[in-house]
Write a protein that binds this ligand. Structure first.
Ligand SMILES: CC(C)(COP(=O)(O)OP(=O)(O)OC[C@H]1O[C@@H](n2cnc3c(N)ncnc32)[C@H](O)[C@@H]1OP(=O)(O)O)[C@@H](O)C(=O)NCCC(=O)NCCS
Length: 259
């Protein structure tokens, strides 16, 4: 459990934030905050599963300095569940290894902080708890989640926490008769990062094909003009292989394009 005194202009007192497991006595408040924060309605079975820890792991944040006997009431939460990598839609983004059938992932289901407690780092701390939990499971390879494309505070948060935006999913959500896109964010743990995802492989092939074409064109040009080639030699074209830096750039580019 972590103590964290902090200042927030929306509050009339200095909050003292602590993190604890969610329990059955949180049921009513948990349902209420979900209702307040999300456009999607969750089944009561979902809340029952959260508070009873049935297939769902969760952490709650409380303000120990909150007046009026509310010092154990949830003001933030994160819920997540374990999924098998082979049953997930992100298998392509994981490093392949022979233990593939046993690999697991942690999928963040919901994350929220009450309005008056925002921008105090509470969601960041809750996500840290999830990452710590996932990292301690030897079979776990990543924490991942979906976020609706217009949710800038959440997108900013995940980028700040070094989640990678790997895909935009058109019409992923259907809310009040309207479709919305989602972004898929992944945080790798325990070496789960694929050294080269299929998407990167395609990009690499295209790049190599282009550089190959350039090399051939250069050879023809050189032959014709009897001058040294101005195109990169094949050794140099090897530097077109995606470096760590390039990979990061392309991920960030993808996100900033969407935000
Ligand atoms: C997203 C949410 C969980 C963030 O909670 P939080 O406790 O305020 O998050 P943190 O304080 O840890 O970090 C928030 C960061 O986002 C930034 N931020 C806040 N509003 C922002 C906005 N509109 N655009 C960009 N960045 C924003 C803050 O400045 C802060 O960054 P900093 O630490 O660099 O200053 C909270 O806004 C929330 O509950 N939203 C409603 C529910 C929701 O959208 N959940 C996520 C579903 S995927």
């Amino acid at each position: 459990m972590l103590d964290c005194p902090m200042q927030n202009l929306k509050l009339s007192h200095i909050p003292l934030i602590q993190y604890r497991p969610i329990r059955t006595s949180d049921l009513e408040v948990l349902e209420k905050i979900h209702g307040d924060l999300f456009p999607i309605r969750y089944e009561s079975e979902f809340f029952q599963n959260v508070v009873n820890g049935r297939g769902i792991v969760s952490w709650g944040a409380v303000d120990r300095n909150r007046p009026n006997g509310q010092n154990d009431e949830l003001i933030g939460f994160v819920t997540a569940r374990t999924v098998l990598a082979k049953d997930s839609d992100i298998e392509d983004f994981l490093r392949y290894d022979s233990s593939r059938s046993q690999q697991t992932l942690i999928y963040i289901l919901t994350l929220g902080v009450a309005d008056s407690y925002r921008n105090l780092g509470i969601a960041s701390s809750l996500i840290h708890e999830v990452i710590k939990y996932a990292s301690n499971i030897p079979t776990c390879r990543a924490v991942y989640l979906h976020v609706i494309s217009y949710n800038n505070p959440a997108i900013y948060l995940y980028k700040k926490m070094y989640f990678q935006c790997v895909r935009r999913l058109p019409a992923f959500y259907f809310i009040n008769g309207q479709h919305y896109d989602a972004y898929l964010f992944i945080y790798y743990v325990n070496g789960g990062r694929s050294p080269c995802s299929p998407l990167e492989l395609v990009k690499l092939l295209v790049t190599c094909a282009k550089s190959g074409f350039k090399t051939v064109a250069a050879k023809l040009w050189t032959k014709e003009e009897r001058k040294p080639s101005k195109w990169p030699k094949s050794k140099e074209s090897g530097s077109l292989l995606p470096t760590k830096h390039n990979r990061r750039m392309s991920t960030e580019d993808a996100v900033s394009q969407f935000v």
